[in-house]
Structure formats: C-alpha cells, structure tokens
Design a protein around this ligand. Structure first.
Ligand code: BGC
Length: 419
C-alpha cells in the first residue's frame, strides 16, 4: 500500500481513537455529592458543563448537608441495596474502606494514569491511592485552617489581622464592645470541630496533631496540651451566640459577608459562595491562617470514586470520559475558580485566580501539610463522626470540663482502634 495512504489511514485512525476516547454515550451518569449551597451549585454546574461537552449526561444525586455526613449515609443505603450511583464524592481513608468492599472501579485499569505522577503532588496521590493504585480521581485542594476577616469592619476600626490567640481575643473583645458580633459560627457539630481542629494544630503543633488525629496516639490525646486545646476552644464559645442549632455553614458565611460579624473560621469552599454573590477577595474579605497555624496547611482534597456496575462498553466509555475530564487542567482550573479551592494538579496557570487562592497555592508548596480530620482526610468517617460529636458536645455543654472531655476522647479513641 502507498505510504501516503498508510499515513492518512493512520491519521484517520488516530483521530478516530481520539474522538472515541473523548466521546461518551449519552446514558445518564449518576453522581452523588453534597454541593448544594450557591457557590457549590455553580461549581457543580462547571462539572456538568464540562461533562456535557464530552456527551456525558450528569444525573444529579445531591444530598444536602455541608461536610457530607448525610451524603455518606445515603450512599451506604444505596450501595447496600445494590444500586450505587456511577460515581460518588468520597475522600481520604473512606476510599480504602469502600475499596475493601470490592465495590470500586480501579482507575488504573480504566485509564492510563502513568503520567499522573508528573502533575499530582505526593500528598494527593497518597490520598486517592490504595496499595499504590489509584482508586479515586482528585480534583482540587481546599485549605481548612483559614480565618476570614471582614474587610469593612477591620478597616473601620483600623484593626490588624490577629496572628496569635492572644491577639485574637483582644480583637474579638474590642469588636464585641463595639456592639458587633466578633465571630460568625454555624450550628452543626462538624463546624464546631473545624474550629477545634485549627486550635489543636496551633496548640499541639503539626506533629502532635498528626499523632493524635491520624494515628490516635494516646500519649498525645491524653495530654496536658490536649486539655489546653480544649480550654482555649471553649473560650471562643462566648463569641458565637448567633449560632443556631443545625444552622449550616452557608448561613453563617452570609452573616459574615453581609457585615454582621467580623471573623469566620471555615475552609475555602466558603469563598465559592461569596464569589457567586459577587464578593471579592481583599475588597470584601481577607484570608489569614488561623492564629498560630501560619506554618501549617490543613488540607481537604475533593475526589470521586467510581462504582462497579454492569460493566458494559458504554458504561466503561462513560467512566473513562468522566475520569479524563475530571483530571484535565481545563476542568480543574474552571472548577476551582468557582469552588474557592486550588486545582489538585500542579503547574497550572493560576494568574486568573484571586489573592486567597494564590496564597493557598503558595502555602501548599511551602508549609507543613496536615490532613484535616474534620474533612475526612485523617480517619474514616465512622471514626471521625464520633470524635466530632464529642468535641461539639463539649463546646456546647455548660458542665463538661476540658479534663473530662479529654478523658472521654481517650476512652473513645481506644474503643475505636481496638479490633
Ligand atoms: C467538601 C467541600 C464542600 C464542603 C461543604 C467539604 O467536606 O470537601 O467540597 O464544599 O464540605 O459542603
């Protein structure tokens, strides 16, 4: 055969393969997630749109509730009844737990992942891998240990950003004396625990934080430093009276951004909701690390797992397209800009990102990285759920002392880790 014909046939073949690998069959692709607040909805729409271009019809399986506790329970029921969705937002050690049930699709077997090590940071690779195999697709990185400052209120009183807890209390007392709420706070246990997490990082230091909340080391859990962390945590309770039982983070974020409160502790997904409302970094809010945690980056990586289904060609093609879309730089950039995070991929152009995301990217590269235990990064959700409840009960109790709470934590952790 003529060389040119062979060449053009192989070009046609290559283009055909390319189209095949990037074009799915429009069967609905059900995805479980808990992105239900305005900023999260915009980010989810980015995902829907990117999949649509590749002919994937996103079927929404959204479960309301920040932090994802409700979503995980619904997913368990669906999986038990033999009808899991195609994909679910599962993160951290939970990926291993689901994998043990042999329900997950191995990403390595589905697509060529060999190049992923070139652009994913080690901490991200470890987070989504089980026994050195990719079982999840990472899409972004959130920083959890942020303190948000309301620009208008801080400017009005000429206040500097607190970098220590001592400064934090001085600023909070000053603002309270002016009749303004110092701290906005939601009313669900994981939000209480998120605040505690930053305090624990600052009081224990990153190494001991990891020993306590990743390895459940009782010498750190049952320590004077842990009691100190609980006591400091409780001192913040007096600033949080607008919290209502069950109030989700979105409503707390609204009172902050609408100038009714001066400060707010939350992961940077909150920035997505402010971006959706037309608010801007620096102009309307500032981001600083929680006091005493400037050398630490507490991370939360969003990722998706795929469930084994009937395994038809159509389904496999859709799964491949889903994974390849989620890992692409185009999607990760668009998604993170809406979500308030930074892409899981490194070396992407962040010039169009806001100042807080740029700082987050810099700090991710330069600071000590610790997994956020309140965001499923340190332990599986059943262990995490009980610890979070205890922390929240202590925060809201008028009688439980810090020493008692630490003792209860010690007993709880021993029970959680005994076989
Ligand atoms: C998730 C974020 C989400 C946040 C609030 C976190 O656990 O990782 O993607 O925006 O919960 O719902």
């Amino acid at each position: 055969m003529n060389k040119n014909i062979i060449k053009s046939l192989s070009t046609v073949f290559c283009i055909g393969t390319y189209i095949l690998s990037y074009t799915a069959n429009a069967a609905p692709f059900e995805v479980l997630h808990w992105w239900t607040e305005p900023g999260e909805l915009q980010s989810k729409q980015v995902l829907v749109d990117h999949l649509k271009i590749k002919n994937i019809e996103f079927e929404d399986f959204a479960i309301v509730g920040g932090g994802g506790d409700g979503a995980i329970h619904v997913l368990q029921m669906r999986a038990l009844s033999g009808t899991p969705p195609e994909a679910a937002q599962i993160k951290g050690p939970d990926i291993t737990e689901w994998d043990k049930l042999s329900m997950l699709v191995s990403i390595d077997k589905l697509v060529d992942t060999r190049a992923w090590t070139n652009f994913l940071p080690e901490v991200v690779i470890n987070d989504v891998s089980v026994d050195n195999k990719y079982m999840g697709v990472p899409i972004n990185i959130h920083r959890v240990n942020w303190l948000w400052l309301n620009t208008k209120i801080f400017k009005r009183f000429g206040l500097a950003a607190p970098t220590t807890w001592k400064q934090f209390f001085t600023v909070a007392d000053f603002i309270q004396a002016k009749g303004i709420k110092p701290l906005s706070m939601g009313g669900t246990p994981w939000q209480d625990a998120l605040l505690f997490e930053s305090i624990a990082i600052s009081v224990l230091g990153p190494d001991n934080y990891i020993k306590a909340f990743v390895y459940f080391d009782n010498s750190v859990i049952n320590s004077a430093a842990m009691v100190e962390a609980f006591k400091l945590f409780k001192r913040l309770h007096r600033y949080t009276s607008i919290a209502q039982q069950g109030q989700d983070w979105f409503w707390a974020s609204q009172s902050f951004i609408n100038d009714q409160a001066a400060m707010f502790f939350m992961g940077d997904w909150v920035k997505g909701s402010w971006t959706a409302a037309g608010k801007e970094a620096l102009k309307d809010y500032r981001c600083v690390p929680a006091p005493g945690t400037e050398e630490v980056f507490s991370y939360n990586i969003d990722s998706f797992v795929l469930f084994k289904k009937v395994n038809t060609d159509v389904e496999q093609t859709n799964q491949k397209v889903f994974v390849n879309t989620l890992i692409s730089p185009e999607f990760q950039i668009d998604f993170s800009k809406a979500k308030g995070s930074i892409p899981a991929r490194q070396n992407v152009d962040l010039s169009s990102f806001d100042a807080c995301s740029k700082q987050s990217a810099y700090d991710f590269d330069h600071k000590i990285k610790v997994p956020s235990f309140t965001q499923n990064m340190a332990t599986s959700s059943h262990q995490q759920g009980q610890i979070i409840q205890l922390i929240s009960d202590y925060f809201n109790s008028e009688s439980l002392s810090a020493e008692e709470a630490v003792q209860q934590l010690d007993v709880m952790v021993k029970a959680l880790t005994s076989k």
